[in-house]
Every structure is written in C-alpha cells, then in structure tokens.
Design a protein around this ligand. Structure first.
Ligand code: NAD
Length: 384
C-alpha cells in the first residue's frame, strides 16, 4: 500500500503533511511512503531527511498522485498548471486533507465524481477518542499562541509589569474574545508574557477553564442556549448580540490588546467589535483578529492585512499555523498517522463506517457525497 505526500501549491502554505520522523514510523510498519520532491522544503525538512527515513522521493507530480492509495495533503487541493490536482487521483484512492467541505462543497462533489474517498480533517469529531487526530485543535493552538506574539510585537508597550530604577511599568491589559482552543492558548501565552487577561465567550462552560489559566471571565447573562450538544457555539439572537456587544464595548475601550477568536462552525464569524467600538479605543491599541478568513470578528478587519484606524492597529492574519511550519507539520503529521491507524489494517485499506470517526470524517465514497451537512451546503449553493 502506497502512502504519498504531496507538495503544497498555495503560496501561503508552508506546512507539509508528514515529517521524516512519522515517515520512518510508517515505513517500519510496512507502508511504502512516497514524498514529492521539495514537499518539506518550506518547513525545513529536506528530501535527504525523507530519504533517510525510508521514503522514495518522486519528482513526477502526476505519477505521485496517480499511484497513491492514500494521498496526504494539508491545504485543500487546487489547480496545478491549469488542471485540477484531483484529476490525477485514481479511482478508489483515499485523499486526507483539510478540504473545507462546508465552505467549498463543490470540491466534495468533484471528489465524489472521481470516486475518491475524501477524508476531511475539519470533520473529525471533537471527542475524547478522536483527540489525537484533531487537527483543528492542534493547528488552532498554534494560531492562538502566535496571535499573542504578533500583538506583543505590534504593541507600543511592554506586556509585563516591570519595576525599574526609571519607574514602574503597568502590565498590558489583554482582552480575548472566544475561549475555544485558540482563545485558551492565547490566554495562556498572554499570561506567560505577564499581562493581565480577561476573556469572554458565549458558552458559560468555559468559565472555569479561563479562570484556571489565571484570567478573569466576563460573564454576560443570555436568555438562550448558546452551545450545541457537540459543545460548539450556536448563532445567537439579535437581542443576545446586542447584550454581548454592550458588555464587551467597555472592556475593548480599556484594553491595550484585543484578540478575537470567535467562530460558529459553518457560518460567517460573529461581529464582536464594531466600527464605533474601534473609534472608542485608545490610540496604540492592537487588535489581532483570528477570524479574519471567516469574515472577521472586527468590522474593520481586512484579511491578510495590517491596517491602522483611528490610531488602532487591526491585524487580520491568514493561516497562522503555516507561519510555524515545523511544529505545525509535526502535530498535523501525528494527527494523520493516528487517523490512518483506523483506515489501514494489515497493510490494506479498510473504511469501516461503523466507526464514528471514519463515518463523520469521510465525506465522499463510492461516487457519492456521504455527509448530510455537505449535501445541504451544496443545495444551499444551488439555490443561490
Ligand atoms: P471554534 O473555533 O468553533 O470557536 C471559537 C470560540 O468562539 C468558541 O469557544 C465559541 O464558543 C466562541 N464563540 C462563538 N460565537 C461567539 C460570540 N458571539 N461571542 C463570543 N465567543 C463566541 O471553537 P473550537 O476552538 O474549535 O472549539 C469548539 C468546541 O469543541 C469547544 O467546546 C471545545 O472545548 C471543544 N473541543 C473538544 C475537544 C475534545 O473533547 N476532544 C477538542 C477540541 C475542542
């Protein structure tokens, strides 16, 4: 059975799906691993390191894709030399990657038409058993960490409290919105840098986690259920949005740094920081909007850009995990190898749809789209 690692073609994607260490482990288990030449270059893993780990380096891209039983990628496949990358995949092969199937259900349809079994890393359930395969978490954690470093670099102040011969410096006040995986890592990082941290989330269940990291939790009483049974946030009513905006406005006005990480799966990111709030902020304040790619939590965010408005710097980073490609790839590779343990038995492919993880993550199989949510996303698109 052949496992192949494709080189990422997106300019801003520096990660690679497997690192040499994980290749060595797969080879030891009897798998044949092929790596596209240069696939690890931008995350500092050379072809030589992959070869030493037991991989075969392949320079012919069509051959790599066409002969793979399992093709591994990070970013969703795109077009190479004007031709869709997935056109090279053989019937019955498995593609494992981030695929954005709810945002781009057409790709799922094309994969179904090619009779490829597509496993979407976004669709891995957030359960305890699936934790080692949860790439959304491993990558969100990197983003949360890096967001604080970006804010600290842009802030015209110190983060920690300092008592010096030249006077005392007050610690920076950091306000973090959304206390999921990225938000909690941002809280921990901002605390390590010595700032005073307060956080807000519409899911009251996160209060204890926030407090255990040494931050204050801003409580806003909402008269509705704010989380799904799966633990994700729900889209809230207009009245709840008004109440939360009212409550956060004062925190935002007093903060030195605001980091926003709020997301509602399958929806545009909620608007938390309005233009009026930005106008009320102190000049020199820094906002880092981790939801930039999903429309932004701040009304002024421009994805991929740093802008200054009324003296406030608003940073909308894109694909932050890719800016730390060594550890991002290491963690992603571990997520993939844990997942492949469910798909490969005695060196042969076996898709067991009785397994809840395989069932949830495998969005296409046997020429069909399997996921109801992806089918719905496709129907919604057709209606538009
Ligand atoms: P996410 O990226 O979907 O959202 C980030 C945060 O934004 C969430 O905490 C959400 O509640 C919050 N949010 C949404 N709308 C908001 C609003 N209007 N105002 C303020 N905050 C808002 O979340 P995630 O980091 O992917 O985590 C989603 C859930 O999955 C969480 O409950 C998390 O604890 C859980 N999880 C469980 C496991 C596991 O058990 N294995 C692993 C990872 C995550």
């Amino acid at each position: 059975m052949k496992i192949s690692v494709a080189k990422e073609i997106e300019v801003c994607e520096r990660r690679v799906a497997l690192i040499p260490d994980t290749v060595a482990r797969l080879v030891k288990q009897g798998c044949e691993v092929c790596v596209e030449s240069g696939a690890g270059e931008r995350s500092f893993f050379s072809d030589r390191l992959y070869e030493e780990a037991g991989a075969t380096i392949v320079t012919d891209t069509d051959k790599l894709w066409g002969e793979a039983d399992i093709l591994l990628k990070v970013s969703p496949p795109g077009e190479r030399d004007g031709k869709p990358e997935i056109d090279s995949l053989k019937e019955g092969s498995i593609l494992i990657s981030f695929l954005n199937p709810l945002g781009n259900p057409q790709l799922a349809q094309q994969l179904a038409e090619r009779k490829v079994s597509a496993i979407s890393m976004e669709m891995i359930p957030r359960t305890t058993r699936a934790q080692s395969m949860d790439a959304l978490s491993s990558q969100a954690s990197l983003a949360g960490y890096k967001s604080v470093l970006i804010a600290a670099a842009a802030l015209p102040k110190y983060f920690p409290m300092l008592t010096t011969a030249a006077g005392t410096i007050a610690p920076a006040k950091v306000f973090i919105m959304g206390a999921g995986v990225a938000g909690l890592q941002a809280i921990a990082t901002a605390r390590r840098l010595g700032s005073v941290v307060e956080a807000f989330d519409i899911r009251p269940a996160v209060k204890e986690e926030v407090q255990s990291l040494g931050a204050k939790f801003l409580e806003v009483k909402l008269d509705e259920e704010t989380a799904t049974a799966g633990g994700y946030a729900k889209e809230i009513s207009e009245e709840s949005k008004r109440r939360t905006q009212e409550a956060v406005a004062q925190r935002v006005a007093n903060a030195d740094v605001v980091i926003t990480t709020a997301q509602v799966p399958g929806r545009k990111a909620p608007l938390l920081v309005t233009e009026e709030m930005v106008a009320q902020m102190k000049p020199g304040t820094v906002i880092v909007d981790l939801a930039a790619e999903q429309g932004g939590n701040c009304a002024c965010t421009e994805p991929g850009k740093d802008i200054v408005k009324d003296g406030v710097t608003i940073i909308g980073p894109i694909n932050l995990p890719s800016s730390m490609p060594v550890h991002a790839s290491q963690l992603y590779a571990k997520n993939l190898t844990s997942l492949m343990k469910l798909l490969v038995k005695d060196n042969a492919l076996e898709l067991n749809f009785d397994d809840d993880i395989v069932d949830a993550a495998c969005v296409t199989h046997g020429g069909e789209i399997r996921s109801e949510r992806v089918k719905q996303a496709l129907e919604t698109l057709a209606v538009k």
